[in-house]
Design a protein around this ligand. Structure first.
Ligand SMILES: Cc1cc2nc3c(=O)[nH]c(=O)nc-3n(C[C@H](O)[C@H](O)[C@H](O)COP(=O)(O)O)c2cc1C
Length: 180
């Protein structure tokens, strides 16, 4: 694998908001999550848990990401992976305080990136969803009230005719500097 292969994968990964009815096999969801969980984390604390939701419960998760008329596409999503905070470790907590760096937030973001790219490599499409009702999700999934859920990822096969658009990104020179 070379940089071009990675770029091709990145270009192909697109936030998909139109899904086919085909259900994603449970085994595939598990495999994608297993691979994504190879993601790095501060002091290797792995302060996360992935909760895959399919079937009738997925329809309930959809309602948790649709407040104020947002994310209408979620109604057709048959599999969600909820990216939730899990147990970290003492080193991570001490490091976060001393370095004023909320490692857990970085770690969950990095995990999410691994997840959507693993899904893409497995032939699925995905959409990262940050517009969610955390309280409702916690109740639905039986999580403690202090467990943060920054992201929900929609997974599925794209609808027929779905096309990959050209990526809109800031020009490199606006966001990249090389200092010698
Ligand atoms: C943290 C985060 C939260 C996001 N939340 C939503 C969301 O609630 N609904 C949605 O449709 N897209 C959401 N997106 C997708 C972004 O809109 C999308 O990544 C961005 O427009 C770039 O497009 P691309 O993913 O197709 O390259 C989110 C993305 C990130 C990284």
């Amino acid at each position: 694998m070379n940089l071009q292969d990675i770029e091709n994968l990145y270009l192909k990964r697109q936030s998909c908001r139109s899904y086919a009815d085909t259900v994603v096999p449970e085994k595939l969801v598990r495999e994608i999550c297993r691979v994504a969980l190879l993601a790095p984390s501060a002091v290797n604390a792995q302060p996360w848990q992935l909760i895959a939701v399919s079937g009738d419960k997925a329809a309930e998760v959809a309602t948790c990401v649709q407040r104020l008329g947002m994310n209408k596409f979620a109604a057709k999503v048959s599999t969600f992976v909820v990216v939730a905070e899990g147990k970290g470790n003492l080193m991570m907590k001490i490091g976060s305080i001393f370095k004023e760096n909320e490692f857990i937030k970085n770690d969950l973001g990095i995990l999410t990136a691994h997840l959507v790219l693993a899904a893409e490599a497995a032939g699925l499409s995905s959409c990262i969803i940050g517009w969610r009702d955390e309280e409702k999700l916690r109740t639905l999934l039986g999580l403690d009230k202090n467990v943060r859920i920054p992201i929900v990822v929609a997974l599925g096969y794209p609808e027929e005719g779905y096309s990959i658009l050209k990526k809109k990104r800031k020009p490199l020179d606006e966001v990249f500097t090389l200092i010698k």
